[in-house]
Ligand binder design. Structure first.
Ligand code: CA
Length: 385
């Protein structure tokens, strides 16, 4: 790891040298790149969503470099491999987003810590060429090629490399999940809690524990924006471990806001002791809660990790669901109304357009449960378990 990081420190120096050459040359043409750096910060940490727009030269792979002027320290990243040596940061493309056509854009994100001020970097360079002309280069000197003080963000967690969202919660340090995650409930919150947990994990040493309470308004969720991945058919996957068998009453452990359904939630959870999907807007269930319908679903095992996977095709109005890699026939919307399965669901046109993913607990009949979530992934191709 150190060896690789040291090599990168050298690369960064080379990039800075190239920048100087370009700045001194005739630079009247269109800029080589432009960068939008959007920060969301709290007392000691921040996330940054970074969008790079390429200039006139197509790139088969890319590396964006910059220097921080404060104490910023990158702790994790998504959609790029980000490394930091001193105040020099290099974000490298991943195989699935390496090709960057002329005029094309690519986005990635990172999370970090800081103290004092969290100034936006101004010296971005793409493949060694300064994005230039927005602000003068800062007076920082390139990091000397010494032992890196910080080496962060290796490859994404095993099992979801390449996915738009791929989070094993190992970067979470506080009690409450941060970074891309927001804790709360869209409707109302009560005594349910959401916390980073190091006693149980599917991978590594951390997961998120949801202590879900029964009764009105005890909703507790951690959520994240889905971004552009949900504009077409997409796959979601997470591992869940829970404590109390799915009850007879209606409960939900996942919700997604559907902007095509008045902003109401599309929910996954259980009823009649088996997994089900539910539409908040009209309370339609999948499968129908007839004995024949329930029999086509399955319970969610307790005291063990289960892999929950779904494919939601909003434009196509279709939905599929797998538990531990086996498709659940009662949790399928295939466009052809099937009695006891999706006949009720397809009683009206359905083309969901969901914008976020929330995991947690919502109970409508007083049922409580304690759940852990880990290894959450969302992507445009099936990720698997
Ligand atoms: Ca984990």
């Amino acid at each position: 790891m150190k060896r690789f990081a040291a090599a990168l420190a050298g690369l960064c120096l080379a990039a800075a040298g190239t920048t100087a050459v370009v700045a001194a040359g005739p630079a009247a043409a269109a800029p080589a790149c432009s960068v939008v750096y959007r920060v969301n910060q709290w007392q000691t940490g921040y996330t940054a969503d970074i969008t790079v727009t390429n200039g006139a030269t197509a790139l088969s792979s890319w590396a964006l470099t910059w220097h921080y002027t404060g104490t910023q320290s990158v702790t994790s990243a998504w959609n790029a491999t980000v490394r930091q040596t001193g105040n020099a940061v290099t974000a490298e493309s991943l195989p699935y987003n390496a090709a960057l056509p002329a005029g094309g854009s690519v986005s990635f994100g990172l999370q970090g810590t800081y103290s004092g001020t969290n100034a936006e970097p101004t010296d971005f360079a793409l493949n060694g060429v300064s994005c230039g002309d927005t602000a003068p280069p800062t007076t920082t000197t390139p990091a000397t090629p010494t032992t890196p003080t910080t080496t962060t963000s290796g490859p994404p967690p095993a099992g979801c490399a390449g996915a738009a969202i791929c989070d094993d919660f190992e970067q979470q340090t506080g009690g409450t999940p941060g970074g891309r995650w927001t804790v709360g409930a869209a409707n109302c919150t009560g005594t349910g809690t959401v916390a980073v947990d190091s006693t149980v994990a599917h991978s590594g040493s951390r997961s998120v524990k949801v202590t879900g309470q029964g009764g009105y308004c005890n909703h507790a969720f951690l959520g994240t924006s889905l971004g552009s991945v949900s504009s077409g058919a997409f796959y979601g996957r997470f591992w869940v471990r829970h404590t109390t068998a799915l009850p007879t009453g209606h409960v939900a452990f996942m919700a997604m806001r559907d902007t095509a359904d008045g902003g109401k939630d599309l929910r996954a959870g259980g009823q009649n002791r088996a997994l089900q999907w539910n539409r908040e807007s009209d309370d339609a269930t999948l499968p129908a809660q007839s004995p024949a319908g329930v029999a086509r679903s399955v319970p969610l095992p307790t005291g063990t990790w289960s892999c929950f996977e779904f494919q939601l095709d909003g434009p196509g109005g279709k939905l599929r669901t797998w538990l531990d890699s086996t498709e659940v026939p009662g949790l399928v919307v295939d466009g052809v109304p099937t009695p006891d399965v999706d006949q009720q669901w397809l009683g009206r046109a359905w083309h969901p357009a969901v914008t976020d993913l929330r995991l947690g607990w919502e109970s409508y009949a007083g049922d409580a449960d304690t759940l852990w979530f880990d290894d959450v992934a969302v992507g445009t191709s099936r990720i698997g378990c």
